[in-house]
Design a binder for this molecule. Structure first.
Ligand SMILES: Cc1cc2nc3c(=O)[nH]c(=O)nc-3n(C[C@H](O)[C@H](O)[C@H](O)COP(=O)(O)O)c2cc1C
Ligand SMILES: [Mn+2]
Length: 475
């Protein structure tokens, strides 16, 4: 059986039954879905949420699926510490997709023809208080480059405008936007398809940094560990994933721009927007008992899904320059930060590693912290401790003025005024060297209890105080 959203949900429930929760009461797609995620996040709980009864919708909705590194490590088959290395290695060995017959493609089980398209029947959430409307946040948009014929895929936010139209917001030099502009230049609509709900390897393959146009299907295959099965789209010559939950087919119109936003984005603020092209949906196909997939864009899931591919590409680049690199974390709680742990050979390793990381992800990284190999970069407290004990600002801080921007999704890349007008600006980057001096210098050793004694501690024998003991000690 080909891997898909359902095979992964099976793996996840087997791994930890509490990691998938069914919401069986009716919820309003306007704030109702994100309300559950937010209420649980307040308690530090991030289960995948499967909403069975979304008001006005005819299918289920899943949100919060990939909210932890453990869930990424689960499908990659590795430890959390090794995600960047394994991710980077897999992407070096792309797996070609295969095309299957329509009859074998589960996503063709049901069809909605053009005249019956009504996006309001899908459980599309309104996520945050000031969002401009419902947003498709986890759709993988597929488009063919008219020059090379290559198929490109990526996630782009889509605001729903009416029952058949939605927007598409392309950032910077993302291929999706570059390809759309080629069609627009010729005054032609751009055929597209949007895949919703699939295996995490497919979703993360689509947002991986693949050099040049296309290659995302091959990256998805590499991450899934098997060729991605594709099927021909019904309204164009695009090839779409055969086992997605839902495929929306349509075109980006060349001359029908529409105002978009605001939308709560991954830095946790309302950012982006303006005037965007319109996509007209012409056909919907979906599986029996389809599950619509959502990602809370301002929440942890977006940060995990966006951060892990970046850790993978940074690992790969930095390792070539500083072989002593141990691992990388672009943390899910602040994706503009990047923590590198290195086995330091020379003091120069720090800046070499930091600049390589900055140049791998020039758009979003602003704070590079380099630590020694004894610091767990997946533990923010350890990184803070390293900064507190091994970093001296005067000696170890390098500020790179005007590194980032102008504009984009980082709030610091804009100048604000009392009238509410924003102007794009450049913001700085910093390198924080929180490493000990390179050998042969001797630095104080870290205080630890001997490991063999820690292992001897009989934790199973611990119990509460008895009433008698409390009395004796007058507690
Ligand atoms: C949840 C999520 C939402 C995203 N939203 C957008 C978006 O609205 N616009 C955009 O240009 N990129 C967005 N991205 C990033 C792109 O999908 C990603 O950088 C991708 O690699 C771009 O591929 P491309 O260069 O082939 O277009 C998003 C990523 C994630 C994980
Ligand atoms: Mn691409």
């Amino acid at each position: 059986m080909a891997k898909d959203l359902r095979t992964y949900l099976g793996q996840l429930t087997q791994f930890d039954a509490n990691s998938v929760k069914l919401v069986d009461t009716e919820v309003d797609p306007r704030f109702g879905i994100t309300a559950y995620a937010a209420a649980l996040a307040e308690k530090g709980d991030y289960p995948a949420l499967l909403f069975n009864k979304v008001k006005g919708a005819q299918m289920a909705c899943i949100s919060n699926l990939l909210t932890s590194y453990e869930r990424v490590a689960l499908y990659l088959g590795c430890e959390v510490q090794d995600i960047p290395r394994v991710y980077g290695e897999k992407l070096q060995q792309p797996i070609e997709p295969v095309v299957v017959d329509r009859a074998a493609a589960t996503v063709k089980e049901n069809v909605i023809e053009e005249a019956d398209v009504d996006l309001s029947k899908l459980p599309i959430p309104v996520h945050n208080e000031m969002d401009g409307g419902p947003y498709l946040s986890a759709g993988v948009m597929i488009i063919r480059d008219p020059e090379s014929g290559l198929i490109n895929a990526g996630i782009y936010r889509h605001q729903i405008f009416n029952e058949r139209d939605m927007g598409v917001w392309f950032l910077g030099a993302h291929h999706g936007g570059l390809i759309y502009k080629k069609y627009k230049k010729q005054g032609k609509p751009a055929p597209i398809a949007i895949a919703l709900g699939h295996h995490p390897g497919f979703i993360m393959g689509a947002v991986s940094r693949v050099q040049g146009i296309g290659g995302e299907y091959e990256a998805a295959g590499a991450l899934m560990g098997e060729p991605l099965e594709l099927v021909k789209a019904d309204t164009s010559d695009l090839l779409v994933p055969a086992h997605a939950e839902i495929i929306l087919e349509g075109e980006i119109l060349p001359d029908n721009d529409h105002s978009e936003g605001p939308f709560g984005e991954w830095p946790g603020h309302y950012l982006g927007g303006g005037s965007v092209p319109t996509i007209r949906i012409k056909r919907i196909t979906y599986r029996n008992h389809a599950i619509f997939q959502d990602i809370v864009a301002s929440g942890r899931e977006h940060l995990v899904v966006g951060g892990v591919p970046r850790s993978g590409s940074i690992y790969h680049t930095v390792k070539k320059i500083v072989p002593g690199l141990k691992t990388v974390n672009v943390p899910f709680y602040a994706r503009m930060n990047c923590y590198l742990s290195i086995q330091k050979e020379k003091d120069a390793d720090v800046k070499k590693a930091a600049f390589a990381a900055l140049n791998t992800e020039p758009e979003n990284l602003r704070h590079i912290v380099v630590v020694d190999e004894d610091i767990d970069v997946f533990n923010g407290e350890e990184v803070a401790w390293a900064i507190g004990t091994r970093f001296d600002a005067e000696r170890d801080l390098l500020v790179i003025p005007r590194w980032n921007g102008p504009g984009g999704l980082l709030p610091t890349n804009w100048e604000y005024n009392a009238e509410g007008k924003n102007t794009p600006r450049m913001s700085s980057a910093v390198i924080v060297d929180a490493t000990k001096p390179a050998p042969p210098v001797i630095f104080p050793k870290r205080a630890v209890v001997p490991k063999e004694h820690v292992e001897l501690a009989d934790l199973a024998s611990l119990r509460e105080l008895s009433a008698e003991e409390k009395t004796n000690w007058q507690i």
